[in-house]
Design a protein around this ligand. Structure first.
Ligand code: HEM
Length: 503
């Protein structure tokens, strides 16, 4: 009897202690969170004087919501419309919409460092996109630059044209099989194939994604990676916790694919002087072999979705603005009336082509911006002191549709880039970033966009399906590091007179 009494009593005491522990822990957390919120709103917070909505001043969660939805670029633009040129977009984050801020944050020789948002990867080696230290980055960048020299770009001409010819064949085949073809689906297949060919001599996957309609769902794997790292980049310590839990790291499969890409290409060798050949040659300093996997990831991330999204926007704009489609096609028909593109470099001179591409990049870069961290001594931005450790950012999309910089800013008007019959890129756009961390592959991106647009429009006619609605399509644009489209962009493709390319 006594034993039972004592046993029950001990259990009760134990249960009571657990309850008390939980109670006091929750209470302590609630008090801690309350104090943190009060501090973030108080004049003691170093960013107190910067305007912004209360919810964003106290927590990262509202911006995380927009990041998850893929509409952060729109949310930040609205905040600038409401609060002005500088907005507090998070407890510790400021967004600056101004030209001097672009120069100070990204462009100058003392450009600011990348934040820990770039640490969202599980590889221990060093890859260009992820390197934060400026001196280490500059050394690695010299090696990468060689893969985009004039000599290197000319090596890519032939393989690039072959990829586009395969795209043209597949567009016609899918139209024959299904009555129409979705450009949102087919363009990433083509760009991932092109990266595979130009950088790894086609060793990453075979047959091509176009030939299998991406049976292995490589494009989806990459897009899951982008979405997850965009969200975890907001609360980067969470990534390191997630990374410890095996089944939660499936989104990192792109890293496995990247390692395999590098090792297969190393084992099989190149079929022409591909991008990896330039990495292996080095530039005074050698690329460490163990870094090839993460560098492969840098190029797979950097080169494929970006070019696919720009190509999709370009076709959508042309179908929605027939005047520019006709002007561009006339320019191409006249330039290549003998049905041969003699040199790809001749495309650099075409005024309407280049204006259409520049305008596409202006309106077709729905990026919220790239975060940088303020150094120990703090900095002055737009006449305001910004304390050490703050995260600052220029919103690319909001900059591109800023009425103070571009008249009639939301209208697709390639004419804004043409002066006295010449293409003039007179106003800077941020599609490729700026400064030491800007896009290393921009020259290749322009080469790809010029060649693709010219070859598609010369060889094919694109007829949008009856349900084509440019406004609905634009409303379905999302950006989670990479750009994605909720709506399909369906077209029927009809052959025109075939045009050859002489390399
Ligand atoms: C339309 C196409 C493209 C767009 C809009 C684009 C955009 C950008 C932007 C904005 C950045 C800076 C990102 C940051 O600061 O965090 C960047 C970096 C980068 N891009 Fe591109 N890119 C394009 C095509 C390419 C291509 C074709 C390649 C390679 C073949 C490439 C490889 C890279 C790499 C490796 C970086 C990191 C550079 C560094 O940290 O030094 N991109 N890109």
């Amino acid at each position: 009897m006594v034993a039972t009494f004592v046993g029950v009593s001990a259990a009760a005491i134990w249960t009571g202690e657990i309850f008390q522990t939980i109670y006091y822990s929750v209470l302590a957390l609630a008090v801690g969170a309350g104090l943190l919120i009060l501090y973030r709103l108080s004049p003691f917070h170093p960013l107190y004087n910067f305007p912004g909505p209360i919810l964003l001043r106290v927590s990262e969660i509202p911006m995380l919501y927009y990041a998850l939805k893929g509409t952060r670029h729109v949310a930040v633009k609205r905040l600038h419309d409401q609060y002005g040129r500088v907005v507090r977009t998070g407890p510790n984050t400021l967004s600056f919409l101004s030209l001097p801020a672009i120069t100070r944050i990204y462009g100058s020789s003392n450009a600011l460092d990348k934040t820990t948002a770039y640490d969202v990867h599980s590889m221990n080696e060093e890859g260009l996109f992820f390197i934060k230290d400026k001196a280490t980055h500059a050394r690695r960048r010299r090696i990468w630059n060689r893969a985009f020299s004039e000599e290197a770009l000319s090596q890519y001409h032939g393989p690039l044209v072959t990829e586009i010819q395969n795209l043209i064949r597949t567009l016609l085949q899918r139209t024959r099989d299904h009555g129409d073809v979705d450009l949102v689906r087919i363009f990433p297949q083509y760009t991932y194939d092109t990266t595979n060919t130009l950088f790894f001599s086609g060793n990453v996957w075979h047959p091509s994604l176009l030939d299998t309609d991406d049976r292995e769902q490589i494009v989806d794997e990459a897009s899951t990676f982008f979405k997850t790292s965009e969200c975890l980049g907001h609360i980067e310590p969470l990534f390191h916790i997630v990374n410890l839990i095996p089944n939660l790291t499936n989104f990192l499969r792109l890293e496995v694919i990247s390692r395999e890409a590098a090792s297969r290409r190393l084992k099989n060798g190149p079929s022409f002087k591909d991008g990896m050949s330039y990495w292996l040659e080095g530039d005074g300093v050698n690329m460490p072999l163990e870094d090839l996997g993460i560098e492969a990831e840098s190029v797979l991330i950097g080169a494929s979705d970006t070019v696919a999204a720009a190509s999709t926007f370009l076709m959508c704009f042309l179908m929605a603005h027939e005047k520019w489609l006709v002007l561009l096609r006339d320019e191409l028909d006249e330039a290549f009336e003998d049905a041969v593109i003699h040199r790809l470099n001749s495309l650099d001179k075409l005024v309407v082509l280049n204006a259409v591409i520049q305008e596409t990049l202006r309106l077709g870069t729905p990026m919220p911006g790239f975060p940088r961290v303020v150094p120990d001594e703090g900095i002055v931005l737009d006449g305001k002191y910004v304390p050490s450790g703050s995260v600052v950012n220029v919103p690319i999309w909001a900059h591109h549709v800023d009425e103070e910089i571009f008249t009639d800013a939301t209208t697709f008007d390639p004419g804004r880039w043409i002066e006295d019959g010449k293409f003039v890129a007179k106003t800077a756009i941020l599609s490729f970033g700026a400064g030491p961390f800007n896009c290393v592959g921009s020259k290749l991106a322009y080469l790809q966009l010029r060649t693709l647009t010219a070859m598609l429009l010369l060889n094919l006619e694109f007829i949008p399906t009856a349900d084509f609605d440019a406004v609905k399509f634009r409303d379905g644009v999302r950006n989670t590091r990479a750009t994605s489209f909720i709506e399909p962009l369906k077209v029927r493709v009809v052959p025109r007179k075939p045009v050859a390319v002489a390399i």
